[in-house]
Structure formats: structure tokens, C-alpha cells
Write a protein that binds this ligand. Structure first.
Ligand code: DX5
Ligand code: ZN
Length: 214
């Protein structure tokens, strides 16, 4: 079963609730929430306050929180308390990735590890037993609306060959037209920003993505 995770970065901030509701009504499975600190990536986005607001507006929807932050350890508790459903950190940070994954799980949340396009899959082998999901970035993190980097998807093949059976997300430039390339390599959660929020017919986009995934 393939999950569709709309990246709310592509929502219109002035109409966020309406925009998100439209995508949920179209059949999305989880909300993908991108948090940027202006340091790990050259952009800023949201804070725990948004997670809290989303939690109250969409109480049944899991929030897949993606921390593009240099010091994610400082923000685990605020995001967990605000209502994060899972927390993903980056393998490229200087901090103790294994310890932070353990801290996320100790709060009762699924923990994820993410890799930028240039980071080899092997980098996260040591973390696979410590995490519940892997997020493969298929663009350089920081901005929505970029073109998907196909070569990054090969990491999903490597991880599946290595025996990893958890969730593998692909994030960045994903849409119905390349859903098959991702899922045929073992990706089972498709993060989609632009492809859903800017779609004339998001339901058709989701249906096509699920069809392509078979
Ligand atoms: C990029 C983010 C992605 C991105 C997805 O830094 O992690 O979630 O916004 O948006 P699209 O699908 O527009 O590339
Ligand atoms: Zn993301």
C-alpha cells in the first residue's frame, strides 16, 4: 500500500486550512510538514505552533514532521507536544543521529532519518535498526517546486536490497508522472507538494499516483 503525503509547504499560507482540506478530501493519507531553520537549509518555514494548529484542525491526520535543522535535538519536545505524529531528522547533521533517533522513539513517536541527494544510502545503514522511516530527498532540501533528481531514487533499491522493510519516503519533485519510478524501487510513501497543491484536480493526481504505483 502506497501512502500519499501532501507537503504543506506548497499550500497557500493565507488559505491553509481550506487548501489542506481539499487535498485530504482528495484522498491523501498523512500530512508532511517541512520545518526549515535557515541554517541547515537556506530557507525558513514553520514552527511547532503550526503543528499545534494543524493538530486541532485535522485531529485524525498524522503529521510526518521533517526537520531540516542543524540542531533538531533542541526541538523534539516542542514538536512532540504540539502533536507531531513522527519526527524525521537528517543524517548529515553534526549531532549524534543515533541518540536523537532514540530520543524520538523514547517519546513514543516513530523516528525517521533523511538523506540529501548527495548522501550515499550506506551512510544510514547504522541507523536502520533505530528508525521507523527513511526519507530520501529527491531534491536539494530547502524549496518546493524543484525537479526530481532521479539518481537519488536508487537509494531505495539499495535499502531494500539491504533488507530494510520500513517506510521509505521520496521527497522533492514527486508527482503522478514519476510515482512509478519511485515505487518500483521500493518507495512506499510519496511526498508531494506542488504536484497536489497546484493540481487542477488533486483527486485525479492521487488516483494516478496510486495506479502508477502498482
Ligand atoms: C523540500 C521539502 C519537500 C518539498 C516538496 O525541502 O522537504 O517536502 O517541499 O515539495 P515539491 O513536491 O513541490 O518538491
Ligand atoms: Zn520534506
Amino acid at each position: 500500500m502506497i501512502e500519499i503525503a501532501p507537503s504543506i509547504l506548497a499550500a497557500d499560507v493565507m488559505h491553509m486550512q481550506k487548501d489542506i482540506q481539499r487535498i485530504l478530501d482528495a484522498g491523501a493519507d498523512v500530512l508532511h510538514v517541512d520545518i526549515m531553520d535557515g541554517h541547515f537549509v537556506p530557507n525558513l518555514s514553520y514552527s511547532p505552533a503550526l503543528v499545534r494548529a494543524l493538530r486541532s484542525a485535522f485531529p485524525d491526520m498524522l503529521q510526518d514532521v521533517h526537520l531540516m535543522m542543524t540542531n533538531p535535538e533542541k526541538y523534539l519536545v516542542p514538536f512532540a507536544e504540539a502533536g507531531a505524529g513522527s519526527i524525521t531528522i537528517h543524517a548529515e547533521i553534526d549531532g549524534d543521529v543515533a541518540a536523537i533517533l532514540g530520543d524520538i522513539r523514547a517519546m513514543g513517536l516513530p523516528a525517521g532519518v533523511s538523506v540529501k541527494p548527495g548522501t550515499p544510502a550506506e551512510t544510514i545503514f547504522p541507523y536502520l535498526a533505530l528508525c521507523d522511516l527513511v526519507l530520501i530527498m529527491t531534491v536539494e532540501p530547502g524549496f518546493g517546486g524543484q525537479k526530481m533528481i532521479m539518481a537519488a531514487l536508487d537509494k531505495a533499491t539499495v535499502l531494500r536490497k539491504h533488507g530494510y522493510e520500513g517506510i521509505i519516503s521520496a521527497d522533492g519533485g514527486i508527482g503522478p508522472d514519476n510515482a512509478h519510478e519511485a515505487t518500483s524501487r521500493g518507495v512506499n510513501r510519496l511526498v508531494m507538494g506542488t504536484a497536489l497543491f497546484k493540481a487542477a484536480d488533486p483527486r485525479a493526481a492521487i488516483l494516478k499516483s496510486r495506479r502508477e504505483a502498482r
